[in-house]
Ligand binder design. Structure first.
Ligand code: BES
Ligand code: ZN
Length: 612
């Protein structure tokens, strides 16, 4: 008897769940789901079964055949893992859990009509990675376990639902089908309710469970791709235009990594509070609206989430300690797709932005070097607190190093074989290394595999990219130190990513007068591209140029993507003599907190507690 994952109560001696059948009644008036979850186990069990749960209120646990009660208990909450739900089984292989979610269920964001684009109907969606699925349904919430599921979602008739699963039906509620739910049959079958049914037949780790419910519309943009968003013409048209190249990318992906196994590749554009750039929910990728910039640059984020269809969703890290297997491989695969559809210069630019980011993380983790490693020890660590570029960019660098060693054709073969062998499995770093050594004999004599996977910092054989464009931008940034700003003709062709790279390569703090001069010429504080705007505002804050605090406040109130919240709030509160900034940050957060996803709320709170 031992836990198999530092972030889960799942026990090695217990059978894993293979299938979950869910019934959800969405109660928008109280921001709660009244639910039942029928769990089927691999084998029968007599004795205690441990499940993960967070912020849910369990009404009863029943034997699904007899509907008789099964004893259960909930532990006191652990700040990271949540609660251990212990169910005492006697020779059973299935259990029916009746429960409701609560307002603090960390995966769920409930939006009031006023927080949506059309301002008419409410909206709710999930973000389960890394360890939030347990706040939607009790489960063995570890990526070591893979489950299939079916779900029926009972929602108001004006709304529709999407899931990371096959859509089966939209129909009238049926009397008796939800008799044991906390809402009862009357509410389930009330006037104005409909049921949407879904089925996921491919086994997925629980963190890939996802749904969204709202006033949704869609546009078809390819033979297997539909873009969903809030049902407003302008939003849908912009999204359809931005993602029109998706089929092309799927084909490139198939060429590089093997068949696309998930049938559909639909996209859902969420409201601005979505806490990530993208989330690779299978069959239905979730995206922030900030990727729609009208210049097709959202393609990079789509390329990344698409690449997860092979690396992450087919082959999954067994625990978050091996997260680099998901994100490092995906970053590598994303850049191969970008190279194929946008060219080598664009791919190199992205590698360069990543290289800068990786070097900055070394500074962030200088007192906590564990998180500069690829394989990390996460005992007692909240994955949301240590989320960083390291698994992405150091992971990318490791794979790129192997590619340089054995050559691209051999590496491509290797990748295809890796995916074919491990698909629908969860693996750890050792399994990868063994496979590498078996398939590339002698690799360990060429590359210090242990240094790369277990060592701190950036290994000496990591590689800063070179290309005319990349090198030019980096050298322009270093000329800024001597007072030279780029001329208009030098930046004439620059888009968001060029500016992003330029700004990230400037010194961390510069004269306020230089910030003002740069902005007077290039209006970066008004950029429609949040990557550019946030990089600029971050620089303004760390240079103590207070002229832009109004724009900082607007930005923190407009978007909930953590990639923007983290650097802005951190720049405001970290360091000495920041009293004014701290008061400002606290006020803005107090006024905006309710609009952020619970995960983002937690992350901002942890930045505050570290620096105040
Ligand atoms: N899987 C991640 C998002 C994630 C990571 C959610 C950890 C929760 C915990 C997703 O694939 C991702 O990496 N998104 C990036 C996109 C970028 C690298 C193009 C993001 O959100 O910025
Ligand atoms: Zn990713």
């Amino acid at each position: 008897m031992a836990p198999i994952d530092p972030h889960s109560f799942t026990d090695s001696a217990h059978p894993l769940t293979t299938h979950i059948s869910l019934s959800f009644y969405f109660d928008f008036s109280s921001s709660a789901i009244h639910a039942s979850a029928l769990l089927s186990l691999q084998t029968t069990l007599s004795g205690p079964l441990h499940l993960d749960a967070r912020s849910i209120s369990v009404v009863s646990v029943l034997d699904p055949e007899t509907l008789s009660s099964i004893p259960f208990s909930l532990s006191d909450p652990d700040p990271i893992k949540g609660q251990k739900l212990t169910i005492s089984l006697s020779d059973k292989s299935s259990i029916l859990i009746i429960y409701s979610t609560t307002v603090s269920s960390s995966a769920l964001q409930w939006l009031k009509p006023s927080q949506t684009f059309n301002k008419t109907f409410p909206f709710v969606y999930t973000q389960c990675q890394s360890i939030h699925a347990r706040s939607v349904f009790p489960c063995q919430d570890t990526p070591a376990a893979r489950i299939c599921y079916t779900a029926r979602l009972n929602i108001p008739r004006e709304l529709s639902a999407v899931m990371s699963a096959r859509h089966v039906d939209r129909r009238q509620p049926i009397s008796g089908e939800a008799a044991s739910l906390p809402c009862g049959d009357d509410l389930w079958c009330a006037e104005g309710r409909v049921v949407e049914e879904f089925s996921m037949e491919q086994p997925i780790p629980p963190y890939l469970f996802a749904f969204a419910v709202g006033e949704l519309g869609f546009r078809d943009v390819g033979p297997r791709t539909r873009v969903y968003a809030e049902a407003a013409g302008v939003v849908l048209d912009a999204a359809a235009a931005e993602f029109s190249g998706t089929e092309d990318m799927i084909r490139q992906g198939e060429k590089l990594f093997g068949p696309y196994e998930w049938e559909r590749f639909d996209l859902l554009v969420l409201p601005p509070s979505f806490p990530y750039g993208g989330m690779e929910n299978p069959r239905m990728v979730f995206l922030t609206p900030t990727v729609i910039k009208g210049d097709a640059s959202g393609a990079q984020v789509v390329a990344h989430e698409l690449a997860h269809s092979w690396t992450g969703n087919l082959i999954t890290n067994t625990t978050n300690e091996h997260f680099w297997l998901n994100e490092g491989f995906t970053t590598y695969a994303e850049r191969r797709i970008v190279e194929a559809v946008q060219g080598e210069d664009m791919a190199t630019l992205n590698i360069g932005i990543g290289w800068r980011g990786l070097n900055e993380e070394m500074e962030r983790f200088k007192d906590n070097m564990e998180f500069t490693k690829l394989k990390t020890n996460q005992e007692g660590v909240d994955p949301d607190d240590v989320y960083s570029q390291v698994p992405y960019e150091k992971g990318f660098q490791f794979l790129w190093r192997i590619e340089r060693e054995i050559g691209r054709p051999a590496f491509d073969e290797f990748l295809k074989k890796y995916i074919a062998i491990f698909k629908f499995k969860s693996i750890d770093t050792d399994a990868f290394l063994q496979f590498l050594k078996a398939n590339v004999p002698g690799i360990e004599t060429k590359i210090d595999l242990e240094l790369w996977t277990e060592g701190y910092g950036i290994p000496p054989d990591a590689y800063e990219p070179v290309s005319n464009l990349y090198t030019k931008i980096v050298s322009l940034a270093s000329e800024f130190k001597t007072g030279r700003m780029p001329r208009e003709d030098e930046v004439a062709d620059w888009h968001g990513q060029e500016w992003e790279l330029y700004l990230e390569n400037l010194p961390k703090s510069i004269e306020a007068s230089q910030i003002l001069a740069l902005n007077a010429r290039y209006r970066l504080s008004e950029s429609k591209d949040y990557e550019v705007k946030v990089s600029f505002l971050q620089l303004a804050i760390s240079s103590r140029c207070r002229d832009y605090y109004g724009e900082v406040e607007n930005t923190l109130k407009e978007v909930g993507r953590m990639k923007y919240l983290r650097p802005l709030y951190t720049a405001l509160v970290q360091g000495a003599e920041k009293d004014e900034e701290r008061i400002f940050a606290k006020r803005v957060f107090a006024e905006t907190r309710e609009c952020y996803h619970p995960i983002a709320q937690g992350v901002v709170e942890s930045i505050f507690s570290k620096h105040m």
